[in-house]
Structure formats: structure tokens, C-alpha cells
Design a protein around this ligand. Sequence first.
Ligand code: GLN
Length: 600
Amino acid sequence: MKYVLVTGGVVSGLGKGVTASSIGVLLKACGLRVTSIKIDPYLNTDAGTMSPFEHGEVFVLDDGGEVDLDLGNYERFLDIKLTRDNNITTGKIYQHVIAKERKGDYLGKTVQVVPHITDAIQEWIERVAAIPVDGEEGPADICVIELGGTIGDIESAPFIEALGQFSYRVGTGNLCLVHVSLVPVLNVVGEQKTKPTQHSVRGLRGLGLIPDILACRSTKALEENVKEKLSQFCHVPLESIFTLYDVPNIWHIPLLLKDQKAHLAISKVLNLAGIVKEPSLEEWTSRAELCDNLHVPVRIAVVGKYTGLSDAYLSILKALLHASVACRKKLVVDWVPACDLEKETEKENPNAYKAAWKLLKGVDGVLVPGGFGDRGVEGKILAAKYARENKIPFLGICLGMQVAVIEFARSVLSLHDANSTEFKPDTKHPCIVFMPEGSRTHMGGTMRLGSRKSIFTVKDSKSAKLYGNKSSVDERHRHRYEVNPDMVELLEKAGLSFAAKDETGKRMEIVELPNHPFFIGAQFHPEYKSRPGKASPLFIGLIAASCGELDTVMNPASVHQHLISNCPKSVFVNGTSKKAPNGMADVRYNNGYCNGLHSR
Ligand code: GLN
């Protein structure tokens, strides 16, 4: 096993995760098997209880792990399936060490950061790096480790110490340290400034880590003399300094690294020269170019709670993007704050109310994502009602499915106080109820989490067709509430169709309105398994229906034809990157490398 360690300096939000994933893509394209570990030095044991407002979305893995959204990047870029242990946090390490201490495993010794915490970190890395994540047997060849945060953070000190020891432990030629840094341009002089990188490399060296490679974020390619200066002051060979300048979409990053021969620099450090093959990245090139040259828009409203921070819905955004590219459409996302659709807002802030409805009424399709807590729920119900009544394509995910059921019960069955017991515990018509096995008092660890089977019960449903007429699908879950089994019959009689159920037949997994062009709700989160070359079927359905092309994608063969991996090279024309009409509305400009602000 060889390791590529990625650290970050100068500022946070440089796109370290995308850089690390892109290095993985490049090495995979050289014929190596790649896995990854993300280290988050915060104290939480996992990301499950962290607010998406503060930290972006919680990503959910097959094994039910609730992890940092960067693991989503690795899964999407490398097409792998990680485990919860691939995300290390300070909380997890301390919990592990303290449990050992309680068991008496330290034989009366004083338990300390060095060596006990640092040993635990190294053992954890070695153990997890060996878990196969690509469906093949045996450990991968390379493990990319990303250290979250910025060099010098107090919280990351034990990890830095552990990684210093680790580099010594694995020996020369087995660990390559890539430091991601920033080379800003000061407007006054217009010169690329190397000092922040010099300082950050000095900091890194002071902590006992010596960088092999510098990946410099900048708006434009680094000038030769700037590279020379960095090489001289940071003691990194010229051919190991790369510029990661702003690009129109993040799929260009692996290509940028390949063009600068990063694979050669890494294989030299890892003694792999002569072993790795020339990377083949045709699929990535096609996709990146195709994405730059899509012009026919498809406009989707995402009606949610955290619309001010697109990272809060990162996987949704990516899944929409994958599906739009598969359907050859340029995705335009309109973020509609659910609260602003509500009657209350009409009184308190009529302008926001008008603006939200204007946005909603201008879209081709509506997506209501998952969520917790009652803020904005009534607005989401109104969005579902609008889509249902006006025959606008609708996809509801988890809470989005639940609000669609509530809306149906209220409007079609005239059960006006129908609700979820999550929001109104004493409702007379609880169409969404607490799942019996969950704990009512504990937030952590009480959810139905991870990959579960959904069995199609309505064979000619749109969802079954989109999934290629499979008898069942495994998708990831994250919920505490479910459709009330006692109300299913009533809802079905009124025209709601439950197209898929869990293995017991009691838990509703997919709901559809057969007499609507496209109205689907899923209790699971299909977005977590969407990949650039393998868009999620339900998202393909939403996008295709929003452009009036649902029939073309509904037979299984054509769904696959729509996948970008089969895209002929000849469809691409050389294009220049276009200016985004508005930063938030165009996802291509909202993914890290495109403006240098976000990391994902
Ligand atoms: N709050 C709802 C539940 O717990 C929906 C969860 C979600 O959307 N992820 O069931």
C-alpha cells in the first residue's frame, strides 16, 4: 500500500477535496486501484448531528455512516463505495482510545496524545486503507488521505504528529505529500504572489512534514518565474509544482493534473515509475467538454430550507447535474426558500413571497429535497401542490416524498389537518408517523440509515421503468418517519400509487401519481449513488420529464444510451467558457474551482 497525503495551507476552501479526488482519478486512470480516507479534525464523532448550514450536507454511505460531504466527492470521482471508517474524526479516535482505556488495555500506563492517540490514528489509517472499496478483492494500491482544515490549526496537531510518524513508519517511497496552497494576485500590481505559499510550506516543515508536490490554486496558470521562485524557496522540484487554475467545471481538474504530468511526479516519489501506464482519461475529457458546451437550459426549482448555501444540497446538485448532462441539457437551478412560499411570508415580507412564487412558476421541474424540523414544511407542501395541480414534473426526496403524501391527503382526501407527527404530534390524520424502532429521546444513532432494499410492487410504474425494470433497488436511507401503514389503503384508493415497498411490504419506498406526467416521491436518497457517468434513474426521469423527453428515457436501453460514458466525441465543439448569468443559478459556476471560494 502506498499513500498520497493531501494537506492544505493559507486559507480553507481551496478545493482540497476536489484536488485529492482528482489525484485519485488520475492514478486510477494509470491502472492503479485507489481508495481514500478523509480526516476531519473536529470533535464530533460523525457528521450526523452537524447542521448543513454550517458544514454543508451530511453524506450517507451504504453502511449507514453519516460522513463529511468530501466522501461524496471521492465516491463520485472514483466510483467507489466507502465505509464509515474512511472518515476519521477526533471524536472517533478519542472514543476508541477511551474505550480501550476503560477496558484496561493500556495496562496501567498514563494514556497520552503521544503515543496513544497518534498510534491509534496510524493503526486506523492502515486498517481502513486495506478495506476494498471498488468491488474487487484485496486492498487497493494507493490510499489518498486528505487532512481537513489548514496547516497550523490547533485541532489538527495530533493528526499532523501522527502523519509525520506515519511517513517515517511506511518509509521512503511509500508516501507522497501533496500540499495544496494559494497563489493570489494582488490587483494593484497584478503579480502572482508566492509568499503565502512559502509561509505555509515553512509551517508544514516546522511540523515535521516535507512536501513532495505543490498544487497551487490560482486564477490563471502560474508564470514560469513564479514556479521557479516557489521551487527555490519551498525546496520542491520545478516539475512537481502544479497550477490548478479556475476552470468552468470541476471535471477539468483531473485533466489539468494530467496535462502537467502530475502522475509522473507522484509515481517518481512513490517509486512507481515504469509500473504505471499512461493515464487514459477520454471519458473525463468528453464529459468536461460536453458540460462546457451545453446550451439548452433545463430549469429546476430546489425548494428547501438551506437555499443560501448550495453545499447543503451538494449531492442533489451533483445528481441533477449528472442527469442534465446525460440528457444533454444545461442545468439551471433556482433555489426557492420554502418559507417564502408560505402565507405568513405574504404578510411579513410580500416581496420575498412574490419573488419565491415567481421563481417557482418559471421552472420546468420541481425538486423538494430531504430535511428535518418544521421550518418551511408548509412551503414545501405548497410546492408539491403547485406541481401536482399544474402537471409540473416533481421529484420529492425523503421529506419531499412525505410532504407530497401530506399534500395529497389534504387536497384529494380533504383531510385538512393531515400532517406528519414530526411536525404535529396530535394531528387527527397522521399520514406520516414515527417508525416504531427509533428512540424518541436520542438524536444520534436512531435513524433508519444506509442501503436498504426497495422492491417494485407496481411493475409498470415510471420509477420501475426508469430503474430498468429491475425487481428491486438498493438505495441509501436517512429517516425516522415513514408513511403511516394504516393509511396506505385510503391513499391508494384515492389514486396515489406506492410503486415500491421495503422487504416487509409495510414500509412505503416510492410513491407516484399515475395520472401526472411525472410526480414521484422516494423515501430514500437516490442522490447519494449518482455518478458522473451513471446518473441516478429518478433524476434522469425528472430532467427528461422537465424537457418533455420522458418517453425516450423510460425504456431501459435508452436510459443507458443517455449516459455520458457512451457519448461520441464528435458531438463536442470547442467552446469558450461562458460567464454565469448569476452565480447561484448556474451550477457550473458553483463548484469550487470555478470561483476559488468553495472547496466542493
Ligand atoms: N424528517 C424526516 C424523517 O425523519 C425526513 C428525513 C429526510 O428527509 N432525510 O423521516
